[in-house]
Design a protein around this ligand. Structure first.
Ligand code: ADP
Ligand code: MG
Length: 358
């Protein structure tokens, strides 16, 4: 097991003829602690797989270095890194039995057969594959094959880390939930560093203790699910985490307080009035409410989600989403809204400013 460290890692894939290189990873400097459950979360194309392949050694970064427990591994081949990696789509040997597929990584490393058997039986039980061990992998559904892939990732006990690259993409929704809980349970049992890549915030927030949010080739914030919800350091984190995401609205400043469309607001996070750049406020839909005397709005849409209603309102050109309890009335004439000052954040050029921020 290992602590994983990235030092100024950047990566550009070879550019098309005559074009300048584009950095798929812009600059990553991070320390991920030994035994942690991490999720790498971000939209498609933001560089998650690139970073994962740099950890396992499938890819050598164009710049920077990677260390396991303080030891440089940047140029070590995959076989010497002792990393298990589970890919998005099943990697199984169709002609082998389920048993032999699971045993493969162990036999490959010369583990004595009785121990192989013990370990395979244990992992198969965890993944509900016990009654399939004698079947050939070819006969299994996509779900079943992906469970074998997961098993092959989990079976070795001598790994520094286990990497999962969107491993539940091909799994049906019900089983997905089950497998995710199982992975979390397993992490608690075996305590090996696990890095779980996903574009789905629910998957990331339920699996991980620490979520690494990536955007456009860079890590924008690392934090617990609660940190990311309460203190988004970047507008992208505010917008990407939460359902619906944070409202991000243009503002200017007057005496350290934000002014949104000529409405002077109050924020418990006052900032320097001289700030230049693109200024915005961030307010989560949870902290917007109707009131008698605030910002006048027009109601555009009400979606009933059971315990909550998502209400979309508009003030001048700006749309604002709010979460309203099921038993709360929506005003029928001249609605006004207010923002909770304690949860109003100010962003400059997409980065949070004010107390606790740079
Ligand atoms: P993610 O896993 O977050 O979807 P990737 O790491 O796969 O993102 O890709 C990051 C960026 O690098 C994307 O713009 C993608 O098109 C580009 N990219 C990925 N793999 C290659 C490759 N082999 N050659 C060239 N560009 C690539
Ligand atoms: Mg990917």
């Amino acid at each position: 097991m290992s602590r994983i460290e990235f030092k100024d890692v950047r990566h550009a894939y070879p550019p098309a003829a005559g074009q300048a290189p584009v950095y798929a990873l812009k600059e990553v400097s991070q320390v991920w602690e030994d035994g942690g459950a991490y999720a790498l979360l971000g939209p498609s194309g933001c560089g998650k797989t690139t970073l994962l392949n740099i950890i396992s050694g499938l890819l050598t970064p164009s710049e920077g270095s990677i260390l396991f427990d303080g030891r440089e591994v940047t140029n070590l081949p995959t076989t010497e890194r002792h990393i298990a990696q589970v890919f998005q789509f099943p990697v199984v040997y169709d002609t082998m039995t389920v048993f032999d597929n699971l045993a493969f990584p162990l036999r490959n490393r010369g583990m004595p057969e009785p121990r192989v058997r013990e370990r395979v039986v244990e992992i198969a039980a965890m993944l509900d594959l016990s009654d399939r061990l004698k079947q050939r992998a070819a006969g299994l559904t996509a779900d079943g094959k992906q469970k074998i892939s997961l098993g092959r990732g989990l079976v070795r006990e001598d790994v520094n880390a286990i990497l999962f690259d969107e491993p539940l993409t091909v799994i049906d929704p019900h089983l997905k939930w089950q497998l995710r809980s199982k992975l979390k349970e397993l992490h608690q049992q075996i305590g090996v560093t696990m890095i779980y890549v996903t574009h789905d915030q629910v998957e990331a927030l339920t699996f991980a203790d620490q979520v690494v949010v990536m955007h456009d080739g860079a890590v924008v914030q690392v934090g617990s699910p609660i940190d990311l919800f309460n203190e988004p350091k970047h507008t992208f984190v505010g917008y990407f985490i939460g359902s619906p995401g944070m409202n991000i609205l243009p503002c200017r400043l007057e005496q350290g307080q934000p002014v949104f469309a000529n409405n002077l607001l109050s924020s418990s996070y006052p900032v320097d009035t001289d700030l230049s750049g693109k200024l915005e406020i961030g307010i989560r839909p949870e902290f917007v409410s109707f009131c008698d005397d605030g910002i006048p709005v027009e109601i555009q849409k009400v979606e009933d989600l059971g315990r909550y209603q998502v209400v979309t309102v508009k003030h001048e050109a700006e749309q604002i989403k709010m979460l309203v309890g099921e038993d709360q009335a929506i005003p029928s004439s001249s609605p006004h809204i207010q923002f909770d000052p304690g949860n109003l954040r100010i962003y400059r050029d997409d980065w949070a400013v004010g107390p606790g921020n740079a």
